[in-house]
Ligand binder design. Structure first.
Ligand SMILES: [Zn+2]
Length: 202
């Protein structure tokens, strides 16, 4: 944000409408000194004044903050880019979620197979049996760890109290009691603890 550019733009837009500083100030119920201050680049309009100012000057808040009229085509382009980013993010979240489930499933099968080998294979020396069990344990830890990381990275959780969307911190995530779609987490926004619903899309 460039105060001087914005100030110049306010002055230009005001003059285009044939308004004096005084007239603009009166329309906003503020002093003309404030308008003069903005136009000299010595301060930005307060947030509460931005919308009325933009309405009076027939400009958008985006124009005001950019210090120039942002072309409509450009505006649309940035809106489309934002939408594409969102779609891409949602797709990646779905992918991570499916991967997490696959990873967990493969791990369970692998661990069961190894335990079965250790338990039922005859003629297996005790040392080998222990080694296979140990391998099963390592596979279980690694697989579930990977599944947890993938699952935590997939999407956001929605706070039941304030409806804020957030990505949980890993420690909270791992400790959280959960069902398939909900998890007990602390909301970073309102600080309440509750069963937060998973949202793969925003
Ligand atoms: Zn909350």
């Amino acid at each position: 944000m460039d105060q001087i550019k914005t100030g110049r733009f306010i002055a230009e837009s005001r003059k285009e409408l044939g308004l004096t500083q005084r007239q603009l100030a009166d329309a906003l119920s503020i002093s003309d000194k404030t308008v003069s201050k903005w136009e000299c680049g010595k301060g930005m309009p307060e947030v509460s004044l931005m919308l009325p100012l933009c309405e009076t000057l027939h400009i958008t808040v985006n124009d005001l903050l950019s210090g120039m009229r942002v072309a409509e085509a450009e505006y649309r382009k940035s809106a489309e880019e934002n939408m594409m980013d969102l779609l891409r993010e949602n797709q990646e979240n779905r992918k991570r979620f499916v991967l997490a489930i696959l990873c967990a499933a493969v791990t369970i099968v692998a661990v069961c197979a190894l335990v079965a080998i250790a338990a039922f294979m005859e003629n297996l020396p005790a040392a080998a049996r222990i080694a296979v069990l140990f391998l099963a344990l390592l596979t279980g830890i690694a697989g579930m760890g990977a599944a947890t990381v993938l699952d935590a990275a997939a999407g956001h959780y929605e706070c039941p109290h304030c409806k804020a969307l957030f990505v949980p911190v890993m420690a909270d995530y791992v400790n959280g009691v959960h069902t398939f779609t909900r998890r007990r987490l602390t909301c970073p926004k309102c600080g309440n603890r509750g069963m937060c619903r998973r949202r793969l899309t925003r």
